[in-house]
Design a protein around this ligand. Structure first.
Ligand code: G3P
Length: 226
């Protein structure tokens, strides 16, 4: 399963990229607004740090305008993924863009029927929003449980299910159980995946026992050299 980070905070992205576990980045207009920076500068900086797909969302809603914005965004870097809304114009743009070799992430997906349309439009990724479904009393993860098997029925569909609006490590585990290709995680959720109290406790014990030996591995000499 691929891990993307869902943020436009380049400091966070740099730190998480150092873990070597980051496969891509997603942004949206809300996250760009939160960064307080120029969108093109932010996307260019992210694309420099992360070689994988970096989603940059269009703000236009009408086909010709989406295509104009996509042209600007595609010029930033080769790993820019154009993010379009799941609307008739968005899907028309998706088809045109993917036919022209661009990567496209279709966002704001809330039903299996919508996901199927995105796949038919040739989307590279479709983003079902699980957290926002949970927010209104639906079990968001059930949508992933519908979409993944539907896509598996049609091996010629290359669209990857990108689980978005992720709120907790549990969402990530459930998405992986269901076979989603990608999850995009807020930085705090991604960091949270590392944590387990028994890991911390076990490490503290190992370090305390090791200190008693008085040994230092980095300065140690093999028997032959002693
Ligand atoms: O970028 C799309 C999605 O991940 C947004 O998440 O938390 O605003 O519902 P959220």
């Amino acid at each position: 399963m691929k891990f993307f980070v869902d943020t436009a905070d380049t400091k966070e992205i740099r730190a998480l990229a150092e873990t070597g576990l980051l496969d891509g980045v997603t942004t949206n207009p809300t996250l760009i607004a939160k960064s307080g920076r120029n969108m093109l500068d932010v996307i260019a900086e992210i694309c420099d740090v992360v070689p994988g797909p970096v989603s940059a969302e269009v703000a236009a809603t009408e086909f010709a305008a989406i295509m104009r914005e996509a042209a600007v965004l595609r010029r930033i870097a080769r790993n820019v993924t154009i993010k379009v809304p799941l609307t008739p114009d968005g899907l028309r743009a998706c088809k045109a863009l993917t036919s022209d070799g661009a990567m496209v992430n279709v966002t704001l997906c809330f039903s299996a029927a919508q996901a199927l349309l995105a796949a038919k439009a040739g989307a590279t990724f479709v983003s079902p929003f699980v957290g926002r479904l949970d927010d209104i009393g639906h079990i968001g993860m059930e949508l992933i449980g519908e979409i993944v098997p539907i896509f598996r029925n049609y091996p010629n569909l290359k669209t990857e299910v990108l689980v978005a609006s992720v709120r907790s490590p549990l969402h990530v585990i459930d998405a992986a159980r269901l076979g989603a290709h990608v999850a995009t995680l807020p930085p705090a959720v991604l960091r949270g995946l590392f944590n387990h109290p028994l890991t911390e406790k076990g490490l503290a014990q190992f370090l305390a026992d090791w200190a008693k030996t008085g040994q230092h591995i980095a300065e140690a000499q093999p028997a032959a050299a002693r």
